[in-house]
Design a protein around this ligand. Structure first.
Ligand code: FES
Length: 317
């Protein structure tokens, strides 16, 4: 789907907000808080951006893009090329970070990780839930939407690091009442710190994270050969130790959708009919890994000698 940039503005130092709409004026696909789109920056360059506007606005998507000088070039290209009237191919929305119903929420955001949290906060306000937001960033000027959020009152804590230091995760987690769901998005050190605290406090089942970079280091076994059986036909393909399932499926003409190819976006998810996946993605929860009924074939492998996947030759997924 091609979308046109209908608005662009600076929302923090190094962060632009883009508003996107369809050229034909048709409504955009429905989405819910936590969803992201795949933004096709150029050939083979795809980046994921959380939708940070209102799901009720079916005419526009709103995203915020941090210019990452040390990144792989996608955000720098968007800052250079996305102007009002520019057109980009977009896929999705897709949601790996859905807001589950709860009476109480703790939202923790670091830097540009505030973007998926904004519609979650709006949903929590609308549902009359008890909620808190802890939002950290390097400096106040680098924190997108800080002013807008601050207007929501004392439930919001804005904590620029140059003034307040690192986020006091222990303090905020110690005040979590039973049944609180914890949603966290931000840079990897913040996510790792929140995971660590939640593990120690036995809060892991309440924690929901979204990563836009692969977990470091990726947890997994030694790479070995294994077989993949196509559930529909029984055809068996060999996956050598140095190749991904995604690569092998493509060799056989199976058009699996992919985007990040790092196990963070969820676009290459495939149902598993039998066998034991060796999950190496940064999306599935421990319970979902345990269930073993789906996997991200760009990075994940197999613990069993053979995995049966629900794909058909020649059928785009
Ligand atoms: Fe993104 Fe596999 S392509 S998770």
């Amino acid at each position: 789907m091609n979308l046109t940039v209908s608005g662009r503005r600076d929302v923090a130092t190094g962060v632009i907000e883009l508003v996107l709409r369809r050229d034909d004026g048709q409504a955009l696909a429905v989405w819910a808080p936590g969803a992201h789109i795949d933004f096709i920056v150029g050939p083979g360059v795809v980046r994921q951006y959380s939708l940070c506007g209102s799901p009720a606005d079916r005419a526009h998507y709103r995203i915020a893009v941090l210019r990452e000088e040390a990144g792989r070039g996608g955000s720098v290209a968007i800052h250079a090329d996305a102007h009002i009237g520019s057109s980009f191919e977009v896929a999705g929305p897709r949601n790996n970070f859905a807001l589950e119903p709860a009476d109480s929420y703790l939202f923790i955001a670091g830097g540009i990780g505030i973007t998926p949290i904004i519609p979650m906060v709006s949903a929590a306000v609308a549902s009359d839930a008890d909620w808190r937001l802890l939002y950290g960033g390097r400096q106040r000027t680098s924190m997108a939407y800080a002013e807008e959020l601050e207007q929501l009152g004392p439930r919001v804590s804005i904590r620029p690091q140059d003034v307040d230091g690192l986020l006091d995760l222990d303090a905020v987690l110690s005040r979590c009442v039973a049944g609180t769901l914890i949603y966290c998005c931000g840079p990897e050190p913040l996510l790792a710190a929140v995971e660590d605290r939640c593990e120690r406090r036995q809060l892991m089942s309440s924690l929901r994270l979204e990563r836009f970079q692969a977990r470091q280091p990726v947890v997994g076994g030694v790479d070995t050969d294994f077989e993949v059986e196509l559930g529909s036909t029984g055809q068996v393909l060999s996956v050598p130790a140095d190749r991904s399932i995604l690569d092998v499926l493509r060799d056989y003409g199976i058009d699996v959708m992919s985007s990040c190819e790092e196990g963070v976006c969820g676009s290459c998810e495939i149902p598993v009919c039998s066998g034991i996946p060796d999950h190496r993605d940064s999306i599935l929860t421990d319970e979902e890994r345990e269930a073993g009924d789906r996997m991200m074939v760009c990075v994940s492998r197999s613990r069993s000698a053979r995995l049966c996947l629900d794909v058909k030759p020649g059928e785009p997924r």
